[in-house]
Design a protein around this ligand. Structure first.
Ligand SMILES: Cc1cc2nc3c(=O)[nH]c(=O)nc-3n(C[C@H](O)[C@H](O)[C@H](O)COP(=O)(O)OP(=O)(O)OC[C@H]3O[C@@H](n4cnc5c(N)ncnc54)[C@H](O)[C@@H]3O)c2cc1C
Length: 204
């Protein structure tokens, strides 16, 4: 029998995970609280979606994250901006690097990105349940989860939480005994360099 993965949250992270994990022997469902997916991608980068940044050295990349630089070095060594460019390129999305290092689809339309993520997940068998808000996750032991939603209960072998900065999900996690730390804003980091000033994605 196929193992079942439930991805909670139909934003950039949930769809990117689904697109990477979609395969025949895994039954994947995305549960999305609202009736619209990838809303933030669509408005991102002023409607153009600043997909990533032309900084290809992980050691330099972490300097843009003053609070998370130590923790991010290892993940960035495994997957960084160049890999994101390759990922979209392999799926037929052409990207362009602008003078300040920001990277956009050549269409200048964020829907190019959301459509690519949709196609590579939903068209490959990932099920999407909209208007399905998760209120509680129960761990039943032996890698079995029971997910309580406003549309009923679903069972899963794996759960992937991709609910962004949604506070109610932190409560769900705390109720499971998973600790969260006090969040702090970290977008719009602006760096003064000796001869230049640039932001990682000054996109609004
Ligand atoms: C105006 C604006 C411009 C931006 N521009 C850029 C840019 O150019 N480049 C860039 O890299 N980033 C940009 N960002 C940031 C970027 O959009 C976000 O970092 C990214 O979209 C976050 O994706 P996510 O999947 O983690 O979270 P989200 O996009 O927030 O997705 C989380 C999803 O989970 C759902 N959800 C929450 N709780 C539950 C629940 N209990 N049950 C079921 N579903 C639930 C939510 O409805 C939502 O759809 C921008 C953000 C904004 C607001």
């Amino acid at each position: 029998m196929k193992k079942k993965l439930i991805i909670i949250g139909g934003g950039a992270a949930g769809f990117f995970a689904a697109a990477n994990l979609a395969r025949e022997n895994l039954d994947i469902s995305i549960l999305e609280a609202t009736d619209e997916v990838m809303r933030k991608i669509i408005i991102s980068g002023g409607g153009r979606c600043n997909v990533t940044h032309a900084c290809f050295d992980p050691k330099e990349l972490v300097t843009f994250y003053p609070r998370g630089n130590k923790e991010l070095l290892s993940p960035f060594m495994k997957y960084a901006c160049g890999d994101t460019m390759d990922w979209f390129s392999k799926r037929g999305v052409e990207l362009k690097i602008e003078e300040d290092g920001r990277i956009f689809p050549i269409t200048d339309d964020s829907k190019t990105i959301s459509n690519c993520l949709y196609k590579n997940s939903i068209d490959r068998g990932v099920k999407l349940h909209k208007k399905t808000k998760v209120d509680q996750i129960e761990y039943l032991g032996e890698n079995q989860f029971r997910i309580h939603t406003n549309q009923g209960i679903q069972e899963a072998d794996y759960v992937l939480i991709a609910t962004g900065s949604n506070v109610s999900m932190w409560k769900v996690l705390n109720d499971m005994g998973i600790k969260t730390i006090e969040p702090v804003p970290s977008l719009f980091i602006q760096y003064q360099r000796p001869s230049t000033s640039r932001a990682l994605w000054p996109c609004l």
